[in-house]
Design a protein around this ligand. Structure first.
Ligand SMILES: NC(=O)c1ccc[n+]([C@@H]2O[C@H](COP(=O)([O-])OP(=O)(O)OC[C@H]3O[C@@H](n4cnc5c(N)ncnc54)[C@H](O)[C@@H]3O)[C@@H](O)[C@H]2O)c1
Ligand SMILES: [Fe+2]
Length: 380
């Protein structure tokens, strides 16, 4: 067996209604803590999702500052401003509550409060020095898997998405409560669910750090997501489908935390950075062309994934066609022109995608500027 490493978070608590028992579940982490910041966004707050956990924490005697200013694809300035408010408050523990944007922001707030290192020095892989504050992560999308990854993605300047990838960003506790996802709108359910499927697919074909544990998690995650995404989109109140989605996203997250994603994500980044296309939708758009481009190098692995999903005539094409069918059923965009991209934008997008070396190095087939351009062109 080849040598490999596998890391994940130390504690996962899953169960319907868990978020309403947060103070009990997190009691060991909360011992001796008086001041907590809860990082979320206005959409999650207005949906009423934090009300019960917040009440519970306050009944337990904790003083809680809610920072609800998170913006999708978190801008660096917003992260720094949230950190300053949390520092002024004297936060001793950080809770991330929401989609990937809220969790990623919370992870960095916890890190920046515990260390003197500037954020600008942390971008890249294994660049973090110092400690972070205790950190609890509670996802409300299914999802980025951010609750079990050592990654935070930030928008730097106007359009660049940069990642901090370091074991220090693994939280202390992830709480999975599918009840939080029941009200997730159909379009967000679809896009975030396909993002999770892309995590599983890209982890399974990751060029460098793919290993038997990440493979097992990617397969299990993809199966759960594939079996539930249509049901969760067509009937948002289907609790079993919501639970499978949340668990599938977590398993896929554990997989790609160790076997990192590749060119689908790299080519998706400029869509988020320049056009503010939601992360999941960007990935859904770029999945078919990148898988077809990768086929000469990754056909056996895509075939294994297609067979694992019991797709007829298991092949790359069967897998891609199935993902296109799902995008059609759940009703999300499938062409770049539908999200405001025009032919003239493609050269800059291809250039930006080629800068995402952190991810491109994991792609099973080397990506080139010309191929990136052709991938965009084919789904314009
Ligand atoms: N850290 C990682 O490992 C990782 C992995 C993939 C993506 N990401 C990042 O995560 C971000 C995307 O996260 P996301 O796709 O989860 O979306 P998001 O956090 O940006 O949220 C999308 C929208 O959904 C709303 N929402 C979330 N949960 C809801 C609920 N239960 N009910 C109603 N509305 C709800 C939010 O208010 C927001 O308007 C991007 O910045 C992306 O780069 C991080
Ligand atoms: Fe993703």
């Amino acid at each position: 067996m080849a040598t490999f490493q596998f890391r994940t978070v130390p504690h996962i608590h899953a169960g319907r209604g868990s978020a309403t028992e947060l103070a009990t579940i997190a009691a060991p982490l909360l011992a001796g803590v008086e001041r907590v910041v809860l990082v979320t966004d206005r959409g999650v707050r207005q949906a009423g999702l934090i009300d019960a956990p917040l009440g519970e924490l306050e009944v337990a005697g904790l003083s809680v500052l809610v920072l609800d200013e998170v913006i999708a694809d978190p801008p660096e300035d917003m992260v720094l401003a949230a950190t300053a408010r949390a520092r002024d408050f004297g936060a001793q523990l950080v809770i991330g509550f929401g989609g990937g944007s809220s969790l990623d922001t919370a992870k960095l707030v916890a890190l920046l409060l515990g260390s003197d290192q500037p954020l600008s020095d942390m971008y890249g892989v294994n660049k973090v020095r110092g400690q972070r504050l205790p950190l609890i992560l509670i996802p409300t999308t299914a999802g980025t898997g951010s609750e079990v990854t050592p990654i935070s993605v930030v928008t730097v300047g106007e359009t660049s998405k940069m990642g901090v990838n370091d074991p220090a960003l693994y939280g202390d506790l992830a709480v999975l409560d599918a009840a939080l996802t029941l009200g997730l709108p159909r379009h967000v359910t679809a896009a975030t669910g396909i993002d999770a499927m892309v995590h599983a697919i890209e982890a399974y074909t990751s060029a460098i750090e793919k290993n038997p544990v990440s493979d097992a998690l990617a397969l299990a995650g993809l199966k759960k997501l594939h079996g539930s995404i249509e049901r969760a989109c067509l009937d948002g109140a289907d609790m079993e489908a919501r639970e499978d989605m949340l668990l599938g996203a977590l398993l896929a997250g554990q997989a790609f935390a160790n076997a990192p994603v590749g060119a689908v994500h790299a080519l998706a980044y400029p869509l988020g950075g320049i056009f503010h296309v939601p992360h999941g939708l960007s990935n859904s758009l770029m999945l078919p062309p990148v898988l077809r481009y990768n086929a000469p190098s990754a056909e056996p692995l895509y075939t294994q994934l297609a067979a694992h999903l019991d797709l007829a005539g298991a092949s790359t094409e069967a897998l891609v066609t199935e993902m296109e069918r799902i995008a059609g059923v759940v009703g999300i965009e499938t062409r770049l022109s539908q999200v405001g991209v025009s032919h003239n934008d493609l050269p800059k997008m291809a250039e930006d995608a080629m800068k995402v070396e952190r991810l491109l190095k994991n792609n099973p087939r080397p990506m080139t500027l010309e191929a990136a351009h052709a991938c965009y062109e084919s789904v314009l």
